[in-house]
Write a protein that binds this ligand. Structure first.
Ligand code: BES
Ligand code: MN
Ligand code: ZN
Length: 493
């Protein structure tokens, strides 16, 4: 299915009635009175064109005014192709309410070759998020054969400036491509397949992609220990760089993504076995950072951006690593492997050390579906951010509150550090020398050993990267979490 495009539409009746559907926002105040934020003159014109009374309709439905509550009014009038008016609740008119209204509208045109014109939102700062939500809620990924036709809707939004429309379309594309990767099943998306997807970004200007495999990974002990469990085709280290001519002295952001194309747990096999089914999404971090860099030529920030995709399958085979193995990471740190299901930190450690030792990052950020523990703590609506740099964490938090990729600053609790001690190596990798619980925190403390003195942030997206239901802006499964967060952050540097 093609990616839907967003365009601006003038706030006037003739442009609106040329669409198949018009989305109108409403609010309900404390006294139970309904109102429409959009200009009342325009509402009157729509009402007289279709011979309807929108307030009466809301009363008839006993609309509660909740964000995303939606009512459908079939309409027809000679000389207009408009067939539906959608009245959508705006709640308390917050940013997230504007997005909820967008996804409610988008879901009405999902898979249909229809044009929707939204005049729901009037607050300029909310229009981009609203438009993106409409587009993303129409996302579909399917391998169904047969007659089901998934067509591409068209989205018109009133009041939005051209520059904002352009930015919205760039963000939608980046999230969409990321979702496509995460949704793809693991029999297709091997680490080699991931490198092919990354290579395809080279057709954009200023992007270069290099891939290391086989003998070239000799120093990447973590990536090899995990990925050699799968004989075919083996792990890949994929470097995707955005570096335009003359960018040498620009700030450098390095993003490291966990790219486990399937996580069985390895010899420490996941149990219950059902918990394995979602694990095709264990490369969501790598997919996100790949398409963050892929969006850079269009965003054109004065920032160099490099993504390191740490791609491997964590399989169960005769060449799987064993609990009790000792491995040597990039840069030389030795690690005693305890539970082979804690594979994410092993592949990330190599990537972080590589970035620190070779790339001189001003900001080093890793993105990973790292621990089940984080969804016990934060649930599925907030990802964890770990960083010693409080200003960086605060900035990412604020950006996420606005665009929907929400992150919560978690502490790097130094008291738990002793749990990472090993009697035979520099570190034990599952932090169980002492029982502290806090599995997401101890995983972050492990990663910190590989970042040198860099300004570093770690995003644990295990709870947020995958949605259990097809609802709101997200399809069931991989949803592209982190793409908007990182693109908006890089744009702000
Ligand atoms: N990929 C998983 C984490 C995960 C769990 C992601 C659920 C999404 C949903 C990770 O590799 C893992 O298995 N982590 C272990 C670590 C433990 C063995 C220390 C976990 O969280 O149980
Ligand atoms: Mn695992
Ligand atoms: Zn994993």
């Amino acid at each position: 299915m093609a990616i839907p495009s967003i365009q601006g539409v003038p706030l006037e009746i003739n442009s609106l009635i040329a669409s198949h559907a018009i989305g109108i926002g409403f609010i309900k105040d404390v006294d139970g009175e309904y109102s429409f934020p959009v200009a009342s003159g325009l509402i009157r014109k729509i009402e007289s064109h279709f011979e309807i009374d929108l307030l009466d309709e809301l009363k008839f439905f006993s609309a509660a005014g909740k964000a995303g509550e939606i009512f459908e009014i079939p309409v027809s009038a000679t000389g207009s192709k408009c067939e539906r008016i959608y009245m959508v609740g705006l709640g308390s008119q917050s940013n997230s309410d504007a997005r909820a209204a967008g996804s409610a509208l988008g879901r009405k045109i999902k898979g249909k070759a229809k044009t929707l014109a939204s005049i729901a939102i009037t607050d300029k700062s909310q229009l981009r998020g609203h438009a993106i939500a409409i587009a993303l809620s129409t996302y579909l990924w399917t391998q169904k054969t047969g007659q089901n036709k998934n067509e591409t809707p068209k989205i018109l939004v009133s009041g939005i400036h051209n520059a904002e429309v352009e930015k919205a379309n760039i963000l939608v594309k980046a999230v969409w491509h990321t979702r496509d990767l995460v949704q793809t099943p693991s029999n297709i998306k091997t680490p080699a397949w991931m490198s092919k997807q990354a290579k395809a970004l080279e057709k954009k200007s200023d992007i270069t992609v290099t891939v290391l495999a086989g003998k070239d990974l000799a120093e990447f002990g973590g990536l090899r220990a995990v990925g050699n469990s799968s004989p075919n085709p083996g792990p890949r280290f994929i470097q995707v760089s955005y570096a335009p001519r003359g960018s040498k002295n620009w700030p450098h952001v390095v993003l490291v993504g966990k790219g486990i194309t399937f996580d069985t747990g390895g010899v420490s096999l996941k149990r219950p076995y059902d918990s394995m089914i979602g694990m095709k999404t264990d490369m969501a971090g790598a997919a996100a950072v790949m398409h963050v860099v892929g969006a850079m030529p269009e965003i054109a920030p004065k920032v160099r951006v490099t993504a390191l995709l740490m791609c491997a399958e964590n399989a169960l085979s005769g060449t799987s690593q064993r609990p009790s193995d000792v491995i040597k990471h990039y840069g030389g740190t030795t690690v005693e492997v305890i539970n082979t299901d804690a594979e994410g930190r092993l592949v990330l450690a190599d990537g972080l050390a590589y970035a620190d030792l070779n790339l001189e990052p001003d900001y080093l950020v890793d993105v990973a579906t790292l621990t089940g523990a984080i969804s016990l703590g934060l649930g599925k609506q907030y990802a964890a951010i770990y960083s010693r740099d409080a200003a960086l964490a605060k900035k990412l938090h604020e950006i996420g509150e606005k665009n929907g990729d929400r992150v919560w600053h978690m502490p790097l609790v130094d008291d738990y550090e002793i749990a990472l001690r090993s009697s035979i190596a520099d570190l034990n990798h599952t932090a169980d020398a002492v029982k502290f619980s806090g599995g997401s925190i101890t995983a972050a403390l492990f990663l910190e050993h590989f970042v040198g003195k860099r300004t570093w942030a770690h995003l644990d997206i295990a709870g947020t990267a995958r949605s259990e239901t097809d609802s709101g802006e997200s399809p069931k499964g991989g949803n592209g979490f982190g793409v908007r967060l990182l693109i908006d952050w890089i744009s702000s540097l």
